[in-house]
Design a protein around this ligand. Sequence first.
Ligand code: NAG
Ligand code: NAG
Ligand code: NAG
Ligand code: NAG
Ligand code: NAG
Ligand code: NAG
Ligand code: NAG
Ligand code: NAG
Length: 473
Amino acid sequence: MARWGSKKICVYCFCFSTLFFLIITFQVVTELGQFEKKKLLKSLLKGNQQGVAFRGAFLSKKSLDNMKHHNPGISYPILVWWSPLTGETGRIGKCGEDTCFFTINQTFYNHKMTQAFLFYGTDFNIKSLPLPRKPTHHWGLFHEESPKNNYKLFHEPAITLFNHTATFSNNSHMPLTTQYLKSVQTLTSQTYFVNLSEKKSLRQKLAPLVYVQSDCNPPSDRDSYIQELMKYIKVDSYGECLHNKDLPADLNSSLAMDNDHFFRILAKYKFSLAFENAVCDDYITEKLWRPLSLGVVPVYYGAPNVVDWLPSNKSAILVKKFSSPQELAEYIKYLDENDTAYEVYLKWKKKGEISNKKLFSEIKRRRWGVQDVFQDNYIDAFECMVCNRVWENAKRKEQGLAPMLWQAQAHHLSCPAPKAFSFSTDHTKQSPLHEIWLPSFEQSKKEAIALRALVERNKNFTAQEFWKLVFKN
Ligand SMILES: *[C@@H]1O[C@H](CO)[C@@H](O)[C@H](O)[C@H]1NC(C)=O
Ligand SMILES: *[C@@H]1O[C@H](CO)[C@@H](O)[C@H](O)[C@H]1NC(C)=O
Ligand SMILES: *[C@@H]1O[C@H](CO)[C@@H](O)[C@H](O)[C@H]1NC(C)=O
Ligand SMILES: *[C@@H]1O[C@H](CO)[C@@H](O)[C@H](O)[C@H]1NC(C)=O
Ligand SMILES: *[C@@H]1O[C@H](CO)[C@@H](O)[C@H](O)[C@H]1NC(C)=O
Ligand SMILES: *[C@@H]1O[C@H](CO)[C@@H](O)[C@H](O)[C@H]1NC(C)=O
Ligand SMILES: *[C@@H]1O[C@H](CO)[C@@H](O)[C@H](O)[C@H]1NC(C)=O
Ligand SMILES: *[C@@H]1O[C@H](CO)[C@@H](O)[C@H](O)[C@H]1NC(C)=O
């Protein structure tokens, strides 16, 4: 057990606040830089050069390259976002050796330098796709959100339309599996750790388990499970779903979820219900990383392959190992009463030891950071991956080589159909799973087939044509 003298804590606090201050200062400077960059870019796009005087004051290398730019898109490959995602009407971006022009301005569809279209999964819309698609047009898909958004992309006919992918799946070209994990150090951090003797005295007022969720009745059917679990063990539920306890007034908004005070409240619990809103390999969110970071044992339901990502074998309780909520409740009660058995799950945390080498290498492998001013974010990284690949083919062409082919495969974005828990089959009323998620998943298979047929026809099409085809099949 790590002993924390109060002096030591003070030193930590001091260092932490200093670091915090430095980071905030740096962030402000960076944001100012971004602001200047945008202003400058605007003036440059208008052919106005006076912005050059700002040079070096705030600007990153990326934006310095904007200086060279007089005539948008003529001399660089153009990558058009078919989504308002980035809000950038035009930016010259440097990706290592390569330079590309990125824009959300769809009028560039016709530009002769346009090489790629980038799509954002959540707003991928069958209306007005960039068709006809020329043989040279790369299509890239960025989809970082929950699998419950835009099911039609999750089927082979649809996902294989793309050349480049960035999704939660570790099989995609740029896996976003760890997008909610800032660093390995966040996991081992003791910042919020509440020791067992403290937790035991808090247990007089608190339930063993905490649950905070405001997205109720998602495809994973988690609320049915938790409702059943609550028959056998106490759960403090602060969110809108199965709500039975209020947060302090200052936290009564979903905006406060990333807040120090909120973390302190969660950290007091022994266990936290970490149930994803969908069940797919590699779909792992802050629901898992947060309790691990706070020193609370996650009771996890979601990615079937979560063990590949856990810091150690004994760091979470896996719901799927129990035959029923009742059996799970019995086990949690046992751990609640047996300190030795409970602390086995926190051994890695107290030692600051991550035995999962894969987790380390995945964090190291990623070319982007999470809320990290020193690294590209995942959207920049995705843009650059496609930019580099477009350039690679341009260079190969110059050398008389055949182009590289990139093709998304079915397992770049795939999830099994949502499934209801057996005990949730209530004959008197239908669950949202039966009413919404299952039918929409089934229909999305037809949508994927229709989408593929229309894209292969290679003429633009209307929504009516699309839906007619969906319901004909
Ligand atoms: C889009 O680009 C065209 C030139 O290709 C320009 O005329 C138009 O103003 C741009 N639209 C926006 C919203 O930037
Ligand atoms: C546990 O934490 C409390 C409060 O921070 C502290 O007073 C106590 O000494 C700690 N106990 C042990 C065994 O570390
Ligand atoms: C928090 O908000 C919910 C609904 O928005 C409300 O029902 C509840 O009473 C509020 N709790 C507190 C402590 O303000
Ligand atoms: C993710 O994919 C990479 C490359 O295929 C593989 O080496 C690695 O083991 C996978 N990671 C996990 C945690 O499954
Ligand atoms: C408590 O857990 C430890 C470690 O798992 C075990 O050896 C011990 O028998 C348990 N004690 C009781 C009373 O169940
Ligand atoms: C987890 O346990 C298995 C055996 O049960 C072992 O092969 C594996 O290396 C362990 N993984 C970690 C990360 O400790
Ligand atoms: C992109 O995907 C399309 C459709 O599968 C394919 O025809 C084309 O050759 C691919 N382009 C590249 C550069 O791999
Ligand atoms: C297809 O595109 C052309 C030119 O952009 C446009 O005039 C036409 O209305 C579009 N047709 C459909 C069916 O959307």
